[in-house]
Design a protein around this ligand. Sequence first.
Ligand code: PEP
Length: 255
Amino acid sequence: MRKLIVAGNWKMNTSVADGVELAKKISAYAEQKNLPAGKEIVIAPPFTHLASVAAAINPNKVILAAQDCAATTNGAYTGEVSASMLKGIGVKAVILGHSERRQYFKENSEILLKKIKLALAEGLDVIFCIGETKEQREAGANLYNNVIKAQLVDTVFTLTADEFKKIIIAYEPVWAIGTGLTATPEQAQEIHEMIRKAIADNFGKAVADDTTILYGGSCKASNAAEIFAKKDVDGGLIGGASLKADDFGKIIDAR
Ligand code: PEP
């Protein structure tokens, strides 16, 4: 079902104690707002925080997500955290394909597809991030549209339509992440529309109309409303501005 989602990606920030406090404030905010059906709040704290945060939030009001999961099932993979382990502590969703994972940890489509399938097999929703770099944007629309489409074709477009229904797409232009540069509402809409059309071409219009497509990249309280007002933008994946409950609350209220 197409939803309106505001998701906070905390990245590698906050102590466990501070993270639990932040999560409690967001949960209390969600309870007090009594959000309409179809509007959801997601938070993605670091792995170390997940169990404590799971115990601190109202799971009916805030969806707990992880920022990554392993590309393998349990076993001899030192340092990894599997999708089944995440599920076991109350995690409901996972962010995959974030540009920081692609850039710093060399995650490519092949690895990401393995992660996606394992997450789906555990019943987790997947927030799948795609987007072009600054150089790709500057090379022109033909190139960046093809880059974004390829990120879909090589991964989530190989799923069945039923599997794809558990995928939330996050369009995150890499040049806008953590840079203070934001896509204009028109730039965001142009890409979201292109993504929805690509989904329609692959899975049919009904699936495309039902897909939630988030925008991410320096989205904050001051610009969220105009971006979220665009017809193909179904909310946001928020980094820096999700670390302060007040700011995150204003973004939740933006639409
Ligand atoms: C992100 O990392 O997903 C993100 C959108 O970050 P920021 O909002 O800080 O640009």
